[in-house]
Design a protein around this ligand. Structure first.
Ligand code: NAD
Length: 494
């Protein structure tokens, strides 16, 4: 029996009162990764109360001192990178090299936000009145609820918690029920770096009510959510009902545009990595390939050759390039979309099947899938599939490619392959997504740039970069009048 994974509340690892448990299993092998406490509203309440108590002292700790703890977190994550990545692969399935990348994002974010502890710049501006100064300073928001998905089980909690913490907020993390063991291992590393009790809390559970309890809790000031568009909509409604701030990062339907002058071999590398890396289970995964008529056949031939050689299996094994799908429900959803694509008239040219023989027997594996003759109106061209399925759409020029790219409801990431600088610049200007790549795939954000999507992918906030500071803080305007008399703004200005 694996050890029991508990909640972390007020600086202690504790059981849930219900004494109910849920299991986390390896999607590649079906093996048990951990038995976890199945919490409810009561544990959310305890965690929020612990965070609210800790907030009063944490917000007063000078930001550079808060940063020193985050530096220690970065260092400790470096030391534990391999072990944490292995746990991540076992629990979530992505191949080990990608799991290490997931942990590296957390390391980068910890180091970046630690440095922010000595910046957190505000503004000093002239007053319209004499002998008066005016400045704006950042304030933490309070207790922040973090609701995270399973596909980046270390990076996303890190993206959210480190900016929140450097600003003086305290946090309650509610991770996906698919990746509780990884979340607990991540929180343990933070604990071991001397984070004061109650500043970071973790509540594990299998039901949607846990997230709802966090969103509706009156002492939670802000919810930062990453997950599906459907859940994000519910979170937004609940947050509005309770008059609280909410930052949403949701689904994508990202495209790679390949123009007739592109370096096709370079494009193939980017397409394979973006569409089939993490088994297509990235919010920035490429699921639409929008390609110029002149190079389509050549590109398809190269793609099919690469797909045939893609090594699928347990992500812990060396050389494996694509791991399993997270669970049975997601596997069935992906397969369902393949059926939809065929009914809609798209032409299945590779994959399209569940892999269940031999080494795939105990896991949730799907063959990398390629559809030709996809049109913009098809559901497989519009809806997020979140699996290793790529649809090819043919266009006659860049304008048409951009128009098709922009017409979906999601707006996260787009890539364009061209060797023509003018075309690239025009694409950058006209593409309506939060992230644009030129001559690289749709994935690969760096922590010091803003991350997030336009339209239904988000609600205007951005994670990472300086933009993350906006999400997790609010501005306080301060006027200091040293004239020794009443000075009335807008009135005593003559
Ligand atoms: P999900 O929406 O099912 O779950 C996300 C989180 O919300 C989980 O912790 C879940 O337990 C919780 N939750 C479920 N119901 C809830 C409710 N009613 N109230 C509050 N919380 C609730 O998403 P998932 O399957 O874990 O993740 C995959 C999705 O995440 C994909 O759509 C993907 O595009 C998206 N994603 C987006 C980004 C981004 O930055 N835009 C990044 C990664 C993943």
């Amino acid at each position: 029996m694996k050890t029991l994974v508990k909640n972390f509340i007020g600086g202690k690892w504790v059981e849930a009162r219900s004494r109910r448990y849920f299991e986390s299993r390896n999607p590649a092998t079906g093996e048990l990764v951990g038995r976890c406490v199945d919490s409810g509203r009561e544990e959310i309440d305890q965690a929020v109360k612990a965070a609210a108590r800790a907030f009063e002292s944490w917000r007063r700790v000078p930001a550079p001192r808060r940063g020193e703890i985050l530096f220690r977190v970065a260092e400790r994550l470096v030391r534990h990178k391999d072990a944490l990545a292995r746990t991540l692969t076992q629990e979530m399935g992505k191949v080990l090299t990608e799991a290490k990348g997931d942990v590296q994002e957390a390391i980068d974010m910890a180091a970046y936000m630690a440095g922010e502890g000595r910046r957190l710049f505000g503004h000093v501006v002239p007053s319209e009145l004499p002998n008066k100064s005016a400045q704006c300073i950042r304030e933490p928001v309070g207790v922040v609820g973090l609701i995270t998905p399973w596909n980046f089980p270390v990076a996303i909690p890190a993206w959210k918690s480190f900016p929140a913490l450097i600003l003086g907020n305290t946090v309650v993390l509610k991770p996906s029920p698919e990746t509780p063991v990884t979340a607990a291992s991540f929180i343990k590393i933070i604990e071991e770096c001397g984070m004061p009790p109650g500043v970071v809390n973790l509540v594990l559970g299998s039901s949607a009510q846990l997230g709802e309890a966090l969103v509706s809790h009156p002492e939670v000031a802000l919810i930062s959510f990453t997950g599906s568009t459907a859940t994000g909509g519910k979170v937004a409604v609940a947050a509005a009902t309770h008059h609280k701030r909410v930052a949403l990062e949701m689904g994508g339907k990202n495209a790679i545009l390949v123009m007739e002058d592109a370096d096709l071999d370079l494009a193939v590398d980017g397409i394979i990595w973006s569409a089939f890396g993490t088994t297509g289970q990235r919010c920035t995964a490429c699921s639409r390939l929008i390609v110029h008529t002149d190079v389509k056949n050549q590109l398809m031939k190269k793609l099919l050759a690469r797909l045939a050689k893609l090594r699928i299996g347990n992500g812990l094994k060396p050389g494996i390039e694509m791991g399993p799908i997270i669970n049975r429900a997601q596997l069935e959803k992906v397969h369902g979309y393949v059926g939809v694509g065929q009914q809609e008239g798209a032409r299945l040219v590779a994959g399209g099947k569940i892999l269940s023989e031999g080494e795939f027997k105990k896991g949730w594996f799907y063959a990398p899938t390629l559809f030709d003759c996809v049109t913009p109106a098809m559901r497989i061209a519009k809806e997020e599939i979140f699996g290793p399925v790529l649809g090819v759409l043919e266009v006659k020029d860049l304008d048409q490619a951009i128009a098709i790219n922009n017409e979906v409801m999601q707006g996260l990431s787009t890539s364009v392959y061209t060797r023509d600088l003018n075309r690239a610049q025009r694409a950058i200007a006209d593409i309506r997504t939060g992230i644009v790549y030129v001559n690289a795939g749709t994935i690969g954000s760096e922590v010091h740039l803003p991350f997030g999507g336009m339209r239904r992918t988000g609600n205007g906030h951005r994670e990472a970069g300086q933009a993350a500071l906006e999400t997790f803080s609010e501005w306080k305007a301060v006027y200091i009048d040293y004239s020794g008399r009443l000075q009335r703004a807008q009135i005593d200005t003559d």
